[in-house]
Design a protein around this ligand. Sequence first.
Ligand SMILES: NC(=O)c1ccc[n+]([C@@H]2O[C@H](COP(=O)([O-])OP(=O)(O)OC[C@H]3O[C@@H](n4cnc5c(N)ncnc54)[C@H](O)[C@@H]3O)[C@@H](O)[C@H]2O)c1
Ligand SMILES: [Zn+2]
Length: 336
Amino acid sequence: MKFQVDVQASSKYSVYIERGLIHSVATLTPAHAKVVVLTDRLVPTQWVSSVMDQFDDPLLITVPEGESSKSLRRTELIVDEMLDAGCHRDTVLLALGGGVIGDLGGFVASVFMRGIPYVQIPTTLLAQIDSSVGGKVAVNTGLAKNIIGGFYPPHVVCIDPDVLHTLPKEEFANGMAELIKYGLILDAELFAMIENERILQQLPETIYRAVSLKQQVVEADERDAHYRQILNFGHSIAHAIEKASNHNVSHGQAVAMGMAMMIQGKPFEERVLKVFKRYGLSTTYSENPAALIDYISKDKKASTDGINEIFVHEIGSCEIETISYTTMKTILEGAQ
Ligand SMILES: NC(=O)c1ccc[n+]([C@@H]2O[C@H](COP(=O)([O-])OP(=O)(O)OC[C@H]3O[C@@H](n4cnc5c(N)ncnc54)[C@H](O)[C@@H]3O)[C@@H](O)[C@H]2O)c1
Ligand SMILES: [Zn+2]
């Protein structure tokens, strides 16, 4: 079955979801004189070869895996490698990997000779349901994540659910945290499908559903002025946990912990905790949660008045509220 989601933001593009699509991404790639395939060392060679084999003389650039590749230094190295290989403005970049490659590839495409087209070929669950759609591209500095970047939509997004077969369990769980988030903030039916495990038999349909939710949020507020913040449910606490643990707690695990703290005492709390456990997401934070307030108040999105927080009062809908640090501290203390 083929699925298509059209995103009508500052520029229009389509997201295609189809099993086996990795073998025909060339048919969706815009006209070009040269193709650059950007990937990382842990993206399995079978997927890299499937893409490379479809083009004449493509340039393969493989960067180290992990967040540290999202840097200006790495951007410069990639740009120089592209120049050495004779790339010009008629080059197309294919970002083949998880969210790190999508964010870095999109950023490189946005600055190379003031902008060349790029294609997102996301290969993690997180990248397929979240980061490849929406046009946010960025690199990090030593002080902050995603602090240098822009909005630079891809030419097209090609999603092949079959590439997830090689994804390690922990990486699948990371994506599940974000999928559960979509269910909690926007889609009670999706949450029920996750709960009864129907999503595992219907992965392409599930990815289509999540991408459609992301498309609606992006179309309503592409530039993150207000509404798009709902996607940050559980994330202010999650970012604090990631920092406090020196990134030993993965993003997905931290998001699960953050969301668990935000639904304490709700009638549906037990239901949600059971789902986290079922998909390998631990919600026990071993340190003192109250200490996270220091990290939260230093967050780049925090202001002196307090923090914009997302609240789920019933499964499938949410609200953005500005709360004080004192209220945030009370929430954290409740989790002790
Ligand atoms: N732009 C956005 O809107 C947005 C949204 C959410 C997250 N992000 C960003 O996404 C990044 C996280 O993305 P991620 O979770 O995909 O992590 P990631 O890109 O680091 O990928 C995780 C690991 O999985 C490996 N991998 C990728 N595909 C594989 C496959 N098919 N089989 C086996 N291994 C595979 C990678 O090599 C990597 O080691 C963060 O940098 C975050 O800031 C961006
Ligand atoms: Zn997230």
